[in-house]
Design a protein around this ligand. Sequence first.
Ligand code: FAD
Length: 414
Amino acid sequence: NQTEQTDVVVIGAGPSGALVSALLRQRGWHVVVLEGQHFPRFSIGESLLPQCMAYLSEAGMDDVVDKHAEELGFQFKNGAAFHYQGTDTAIDFTDKFSAGRGTTYQVKRAAFDKLLADTAQAQGVEIRYGHRVEALQEHDEHIELSVASEQQSYRLQARFVLDASGFGRVLPRLLELERRSSLPTRTAYFCHINDHISAANFDRNKILISVHPQHRDIWYWLIPFADGSASLGVVGEPEYFDEALSEQQNLWRLVGQEPNLAALLDSAQAITDTQRLGGYSADVSRLYGRRYALLGNAGEFLDPVFSSGVTIALKSASLAAPVVDGFLRGEKVDFDKDFAQPLKQGVECFKTFVLAWYDGRFQDVIFYPQQRSDVRRMISAILAGYAWDETNPYVAQSERRLDVLATLCNMEAQ
Ligand code: FAD
């Protein structure tokens, strides 16, 4: 059993792994990506935000996504629609406070993740599919990983390791960095359907978020794809689901309780099994160590409601690459100041909005019919993923601004 050496190992070839490996390869480093599965493979997380296209552009991947969008059935996306108790409202991402792109896609992640990984590979990144990281040891000059593939087990030494393993959470588990999320445990049930939606006013260019008519902390996503199929899911605390029922029965029972969604989907047919994912919110005690950093879901994962997961994952890759490059060059780098803190800035903004969604304040804001257009554009920017734009008052002072706004909307609505 020989021990190989490389500059950088990236664990996982999802969006954050593909982007960070391409960015470090661009800077001249030898990068090995160890991916436990074989692509294409299913992943949840299918509705992107426009802001993520800017991070993809750093490795030329935005153009690649645009170029292949039609052939791969990516659905053009320009906003988010919401429904609650008979009321419809929509946010148009092209009408927003922050500069930058206002459109993106809804993607089947099997095809999307493969496209990004193939692009990284074409740029010189070495990706080893079917290679799982099982253990590691930290040393002064390198980290040594124990890797298992279908053929063999071997050791690989890297000067720096980036954990992009998503819900695999490889380094948090192996280095005992796991910390309980401050968000309550929720469960999602989801599947793909042929939606057969005939309603003339249904906008396939937007994700539809519906709120349960009686329980405002239960919500549904409907993410249309370009081929007539869609991703359908429901999220709620575990007590809303019935252990005695199957996953499929739980999903459709809840869909049946939301009249607008039930009517839209009255001819829909499931084309995949229903899956359940619970307890996905996660946090860590630290996002980096001397020779490692955690990206995307391997670090913190909040909640799916604003489709921010892939955007945060790509932001973490974009922030990490220059710092890791400096570290490998022997420069004095500050992972806290240049990676962890700036990443957390946007994550905290999203977290404020997530908490306010579930306690109802942000729902009051979204469904308030006479929202001032400047306020609406600031909210639109955040929902489009521009949660790092500190010139937006709702980013700079999320909690205070949102709280005041929700109170005003509530007072005027009464
Ligand atoms: P991933 O894309 O998860 O990739 C990690 C990779 O690491 C995988 O390919 C895995 O095989 C590999 N891996 C794991 N362990 C090992 C190991 N030991 N060795 C080698 N490889 C390993 N986000 C959005 O942007 N939009 C949405 O609409 C959205 N909806 C969501 C709905 C739900 C219910 C949930 C739970 C999440 C949702 N998300 C959404 C979040 C999104 O799924 C993630 O944030 C995103 O996929 C994270 O990307 P990543 O690069 O961190 O990791």
